[in-house]
Design a protein around this ligand. Structure first.
Ligand code: DHB
Ligand code: FE
Length: 282
């Protein structure tokens, strides 16, 4: 994992997300044939051309768009921008052939190689980590209903301010991230805190676009998960909180009704939320 030395501004999290993307093997470069490139890019350009004609786009607007695109690149915001406005459609295509637990977008803030943790565990957190304590518990099963022993839950989420470790310099590396190894019955019990809703950084080009268009920059509070086990198709998903703000208007359009937790307050002041995951064979 790279240590991020950027500030918790749009430029900071954007640049960090670009670094994280480059460090991962997820870029898939070279995987498309010329026919595929031609088919997809031709369609994209057709959409752009049609919009220009229908909206009667002017030269000043065209130049403003170029300027803005340059800023997206300079700010390292391509991962943020694409994950917010485009990834949900790619996920929908993948979801069409997927059984079991519904998927959702990966987003720009996944980091590989988080600390391995046992089935009953607490995520790494600061002393006095602010936020309502959450006990997140459940079981991983296969599509036939049998437990999946030793399944892994790679989990990461924002803190109570909506910031992710690795992308904001005031948070220690690895905070609120872990790879939880489920027990022999595929069960887990993870103690953490409830994250806050996430706001797209408003001071960068993505934020500028959102403001110029009069949209809102919020995602509902969420847990990110990659659920995997040998012999099974991994699931990338997110879980949301019933009654939370922005659930019905996620800027990233990545919520699904099947992915909503219903935390129940416990006498000890913690919230307890249960969720079972279902994996399909690879
Ligand atoms: C973005 C941030 C997230 O936390 C997320 O889950 C998806 C997208 C973003 O800023 O692009
Ligand atoms: Fe997120």
């Amino acid at each position: 994992m790279t240590r991020m030395e950027n500030s918790p501004t749009a430029a900071g999290s954007g640049a960090s997300a670009t670094q994280a993307f480059r460090a991962s093997a997820r870029d898939g470069s070279g995987s498309a044939s010329p026919e595929r490139v031609s088919a997809v890019v031709t369609e994209i350009l057709r959409g752009v051309h049609r919009t220009i004609r229908e909206q009667q786009v002017s030269y000043p607007e065209f130049q403003a768009a170029k300027q803005w695109l340059i800023e997206v690149g300079e700010g390292g915001e391509w991962p943020l921008l694409l994950d917010v406005f485009v990834e949900h459609e790619v996920e929908a295509v993948a979801a069409a052939t997927q059984q079991g637990t519904k998927g959702s977008i990966l987003g720009p803030y996944y980091l590989p190689d988080a600390e391995k943790l046992p089935a009953v565990t607490e995520l790494p957190m600061r002393d006095g980590e602010p936020g309502t304590p959450l006990v997140f518990t459940g079981q991983v099963r296969d599509v036939g209903g049998d437990p999946v022993p030793g399944a892994e839950l790679d989990i990461w989420h924002a803190d109570r301010e909506g910031y992710y470790s690795g992308f904001a310099p005031h948070i220690p590396d690895g905070n609120l991230r872990g790879v939880v190894v489920c027990d022999g019955q595929g069960r887990f019990e993870i103690s953490t805190i409830e994250p806050a809703p996430y706001r797209i950084p408003t001071d960068g080009p993505t934020g500028k676009l959102i403001e110029s268009a009069g949209w809102h920059p919020w995602r509902p509070a969420h847990l990110h998960l990659l659920v995997r086990a040998t012999g099974f198709r991994p699931i990338t998903t997110q879980l949301y909180f019933a009654g939370g703000d922005w659930l019905d208007s996620d800027v990233a359009e990545a919520t699904k009704p099947e992915l909503i937790l219903e935390p129940v307050p416990q006498p000890d002041g913690r919230n307890r939320a249960e969720y079972d995951f279902v994996l399909e064979p690879a």
